[in-house]
Design a protein around this ligand. Structure first.
Ligand code: ATP
Ligand code: MG
Ligand code: FE
Length: 332
């Protein structure tokens, strides 16, 4: 089956075309992304009104580009899918309405996809089957630890009580005067810093706690900046990053031991961070666990991961009506 997927939950407009068969390896034929980061940068974050307008302006062109890259005619698309949530309502509406319209006109089925399921399954896009594992999603809006028994069968083990890991990177980046988004900028700055310069708090590490909290860490950085006027930006960045990495790795391994999993999957924008990757590689190696980190190209928002999750849902016989609504707070 050939699946056309649209992602528009936040500030990237994306269209992908995948080919897949039940029990086979899905093939990404095209994955086009128009990032709006430049448009939002001068505002220091995503402006919903600008985002939805930009989605509606880019979408037609991206669909045509994806069809042309894939060498597929619109008439040969078998299923249409789009992200239904979580995300910005006005942004979600643009992509989902476009996919539904194409489905309506062509008479082909429509599949609504949970954006977080897209992230969660993204490490396993080159496999015939999603293995039993513990999945960590570390993105701009979420920090989620999930027990995955198979595609579509999930139990939540932990999540953040306040800021997401990516959000903490972005907020600390802003405090340090770095451009939006802060994550990649902090990683860059941290390369020339001493990660032991500041002993920032590792929150909720006591007991068997699997939830996360990053707001105390963010506040600690703020106090340090106010108190220590000589503080080196690079040292703060490196020490902050080290605190986030330690908590992420520690809690994930805790979860793995709790549910006796043998595989760890890591996804979301923060998993692009090389220190995050290295720390997981090292620790999983030591613990004898299989580690699968999403490919760099599918860590931040993209439609290929939405198409992959959508295909698996479609193969499981789950299609959606055209009257289904988006849900900005959709849970996994
Ligand atoms: P969600 O999926 O929760 O709705 P999102 O889609 O906005 O959020 P992603 O696109 O997966 O999140 O990731 C964006 C986040 O990843 C941003 O917070 C960004 O700062 C962070 N990020 C990107 N690259 C890096 C990096 N190298 N180091 C740390 N963080 C990074
Ligand atoms: Mg984004
Ligand atoms: Fe995302």
């Amino acid at each position: 089956s050939i699946f056309l997927a649209i992602e528009s939950s936040c500030d990237e407009t994306a269209v992908a075309i995948l080919r897949g068969e039940p029990g086979g390896v899905s093939e990404v034929l095209a994955s086009e992304i128009a990032s709006q980061i430049e448009e939002h940068r001068e505002h220091g974050g995503v402006v919903p009104e600008l985002a939805s307008r930009s989605h509606s302006l880019s979408l037609n062109g991206l669909v045509e580009q994806a069809l042309s890259t894939a060498g597929i005619a619109m008439a040969n698309i078998d299923v249409f899918g789009a992200t239904m949530g979580p995300g910005l309502a006005s942004s979600l509406l643009v992509g989902s309405t476009a996919a539904k319209a194409m489905s309506c006109v062509s008479g082909k089925p429509f599949v609504g996809v949970n954006h977080l399921e897209g992230h969660l399954l993204s490490p396993f896009m080159d496999r015939t089957e999603v293995p039993r594992h513990v999945g960590l999603i570390v993105s701009g809006g979420h920090t989620l630890l999930m027990e995955v028994n198979s595609a579509g069968n999930y139990t939540r083990l932990g999540s953040t009580r306040d800021d997401a890991a990516g959000e903490a990177f972005d907020k600390v980046g802003k405090m340090l005067g770095l451009p939006y988004p802060g994550g990649p900028e902090i990683e860059k700055a941290a390369r020339n810093g001493n990660s032991r310069a500041y002993d920032f708090p590792r929150s909720m590490m006591q007991g068997g706690e699997l939830d996360f909290s990053f707001s105390g860490l963010k506040t600690a950085v703020l106090y340090t900046l106010q108190k220590d006027r000589q503080a080196k930006l690079e040292d703060i960045a490196a020490s902050f990053q080290a605190a986030v990495v330690e908590v992420l790795v520690d809690k994930t391994i805790r979860a793995v031991k709790l549910v006796r999993a043998e595989t760890v999957g890591i996804s979301g924008g923060v998993s692009l961070n090389q220190q995050v990757r290295n720390a997981f590689i090292e620790r999983c190696d030591k613990e004898g666990l299989e580690l699968v980190i999403a490919e760099g190209s599918v860590c931040t928002d993209n439609a290929a991961m939405i198409g992959f999750a959508g295909l698996l849902k479609y193969f499981a016989g789950k299609i959606d009506g055209l009257d289904g609504d988006i849900d900005p707070n959709l849970k996994l």
